[in-house]
Design a protein. Structure first.
Length: 513
């Protein structure tokens, strides 16, 4: 079934009218920042830190992103999206001799850790065809090695511009390399093995790649038109948390990044994880800092303090921004309890090997919670008061319900599941009674969530309502904190995509206004 995402039309299988609405995962985390290697401005799904190492090069001292991803998986995260952002990074070139001229190729991915090599042969090409050749391009683990990570083979390509297999056109679809400058009129020479002289050798890329300059706030924000920076996530499927680690070990992201990222998270029905400023060393620092803190959003949350973890590159414990570890802990908690479960009334616990960078006394913990700041813990204590995690919408949220993290996550979980599970209506069979099927699907899904305890002790009729004004429009109401009131959402489907809008509901009629 076809679905249009922010990046264009994509074919994928979606639930249909005969299937139940599935409950989506709630802790898929998107990371945006600088890495050693990998595709730029392209979201990549990973399921382990080993995946991150293979694609993005692993830990890198100049960038906190790798550490945040490592801490996410160490603390229980299962699935992440990573967007590599670069600032004026340069790609390595590769030179192939073509008689007296040179064919120059350039790696598609920039950086000093993108190692390519290319081989040219004339196998199965008649001797008189002096413009055709075979080209093999490989990405290798390290310069000068033969440990191949990726490979592309192009047979019977040509240096003739009129050919259907013209080299410049063929390599335009490569995921490894591009042509630079003019293509010589003569095909490139065969690459020979230096020991045997046989045409089985390779030419390695030059050492002219550049990792670029440190990132700026502008790099992280990127462009919504060109889908760069955090807007590269336009081409990704849904995610639940957005994590933008600090620019460097000692430089926080600026307020402009937080504002744009929170708005973007809201548009994607996700939550932004905000790192506390690096100079908040104690609970008193955090309380003082929150008095002048100008950022507030019901679509964002913060955990304090920073975490102490072993830095494998430096060989000792270091202090790190906590958002990656916090996202992992939330993901781990979701595996044992749903987002509305009983343990959501307490802050998650760091796994062994991680500990808070400072102690937060109980009275300061309560004061921070009142300001929307959650506290990290290494162990649970019966002496502590149970404090429900908050969003940063305390005092500014459109509704008091969205100050509570569990209620905000529950609403996002329900809306995201319904939006995803009802996309089939865009391409529905004309013979299907869409309105009737939708109503049945919605009620069955919401009744199942009710039976699981999502709405507490409230009766079904007090917990939600659904309305289907048309085949491509859905209105749902979810019980608010005050009995008799509902949070309303309208889901509009169209061939151009789907959107979700909050709606105001008349308390008595339950009709959107």
């Amino acid at each position: 079934m076809g679905v249009l995402t922010g990046g264009g039309f994509r074919l994928e299988e979606e639930p249909g009218p005969k299937q139940n609405i599935a409950r989506l995962q709630c802790a898929r985390t998107a990371f945006v920042g600088r890495t050693l290697r990998g595709p730029v401005n392209e979201p990549v799904s990973i399921n382990s830190f080993a995946d991150f190492q293979r694609t993005f090069g692993g830990l890198w001292q100049p960038s906190p992103l790798g550490y945040a991803v490592e801490q996410f998986f160490d603390n229980g995260g299962r699935e992440a999206l990573v967007v590599r952002v670069a600032n004026a990074a340069g790609a390595a070139t590769l030179a192939l001799k073509a008689g007296r001229e040179t064919l120059t190729l350039r790696a598609l991915r920039p950086g000093t850790r993108e190692f390519l090599r290319a081989g040219v042969d004339y196998d199965n090409i008649a001797g008189g065809e002096g413009i055709d050749f075979n080209l093999t391009v490989q990405r290798v683990r390290a310069h000068g090695t033969a440990q191949v990570e990726d490979q592309e083979i192009y047979t019977r390509v040509s240096v003739a511009p009129t050919s259907e297999r013209y080299l410049g056109d063929v390599l335009a679809g490569s995921e490894l390399i591009r042509v630079v400058g003019r293509i010589p009129a003569q095909r490139p020479d065969q690459t020979l093995d230096p020991d045997s002289g046989l045409p089985i050798g390779y030419v390695g890329s030059n050492m002219d790649g550049d990792d670029g300059a440190p990132l700026t706030d502008y790099d992280l924000i990127g462009s919504d038109i060109h889908h760069t920076g955090l807007f590269a996530l336009d081409t990704a499927d849904s995610f639940n948390f957005l994590c933008i680690p600090p620019l460097s070990r000692d430089q926080d992201v600026g307020p402009s990044v937080l504002l744009v990222a929170a708005r973007y998270a809201k548009a994607r029905r996700a939550l932004l994880l905000v790192d506390p400023p690096a100079h908040w060393h104690t609970a008193d620092d955090a309380l003082a800092g929150m008095r002048s803190w100008s950022f507030a959003s019901e679509d964002a949350l913060m955990y304090f303090p920073r975490v102490l973890a072993h830095d494998k590159l430096r060989g000792h414990f270091e202090s790190f921004a906590p958002s990656g570890a916090a996202a992992g802990m939330l993901a781990r908690a979701d595996e044992t309890h749903p987002v509305w479960g009983p343990d959501k009334s307490e802050e998650p616990i760091l796994r062994p090997g991680y500990r808070p960078a400072c102690l937060v006394p109980e009275d300061k913990r309560v004061k921070l919670a009142a300001l929307g700041v959650n506290t990290l813990q290494a162990v649970r204590s019966a002496a502590r008061n149970g404090i429900a995690p908050q969003t940063l919408g305390v005092g500014s949220a459109a509704t008091a319900d969205w100050q509570l993290l569990s209620r905000r996550r529950l609403a996002l979980f329900i809306v995201n599941s319904i939006e995803r599970g009802t996309r089939w209506v865009i391409f529905s069979d004309p013979s299907v009674d869409v309105v009737r099927v939708l109503e049945n699907q919605l009620r069955e899904f919401l009744e199942g969530v009710h039976a699981a305890g999502a709405f507490g002790q409230r009766r079904v009729e007090e917990s939600f309502f659904v309305a289907v004004p048309g085949a491509l429009q859905i209105v749902i109401g979810l019980a608010a904190g005050r009995v008799g009131e509902f949070h309303g959402f309208r889901i509009d489907h169209s061939p151009l995509g789907s959107r979700v809008l909050p709606v105001t509901l008349n308390r008595l009629s339950r009709n959107p206004s």
